[in-house]
Ligand binder design. Sequence first.
Ligand code: SF4
Length: 276
Amino acid sequence: MTTTAPHRATETDPLRSVTHFPHWESATAEEILTEALSRWGRRVAIGTAFQAEGMAILDMAVRIDPGVRVFTIDTGRLPAESHHFIDEVRRHYGIEVEVQLPRPGDVEPLVQRFGTDLFRESVDLRLACCRARKVEPLARRLADLDAWITGLRRDQAPSRAGVPKAGIDPHHPGVIKLSPLADWNAHDVASYLTRHAVPRHPLYARGYSSIGCAPCTRPTLLGADTRSGRWWWEDEQPKECGLHWGPDGSLTRHNESTDRKEDLQGTNSDVPIKRS
Ligand code: SF4
């Protein structure tokens, strides 16, 4: 297949601007995927860690286009179960999974200076680890895409309450971000997975409700917030890693009464990070 240079979306771009698709907010997940795969073909990809939402989207998308692109980020700290599950997904659907790795030059200085488990030391170091292992690899992967598809749902966390189904990715200008399940709830996802016999990540059976890096994720109690098993040692921090926030560390944090924007500045080789 002949590839062409990515066409970066802008709000005024008549071909790709989501303002051109006002119906997307009322469209079903299948309708969004059908239109996205038709419009962007190999220039749109599903970004997933193979949690329940990502698997529902992947299953839907493969039914629409078996050649759909799927990518994941291997942070280097994933549980063995995630690696095994990636291979199971490959076999089950007969698809390729593009695995994006962090750059050694981003990770090594952090580990050498602050240790392997630097994320326990402070929120800033945890965010620096997430930035090196997740956010930067995502930015590199998105560089050759016009659009990407996520499994975000609005009811997953206060920080996700305003997720649109389609929009210019505020943290990756020129790339359209689609969240076809934005208005689904956990029951909708579970029903879809059961109805279509979709493979499930094995850690759900061990009490996990959200699955990420091994040292930063643990099982949750029944009825607890689904993301409470992430970075559980941090107090009152948003349970986000930056994949859906700014790659430069610009974070939009939400609390019950006000929204405030806080910049965490620093480069991967210039830590600890200072709050401005
Ligand atoms: S989740 Fe933990 S190990 Fe994974 S990138 Fe973030 S801080 Fe690092």
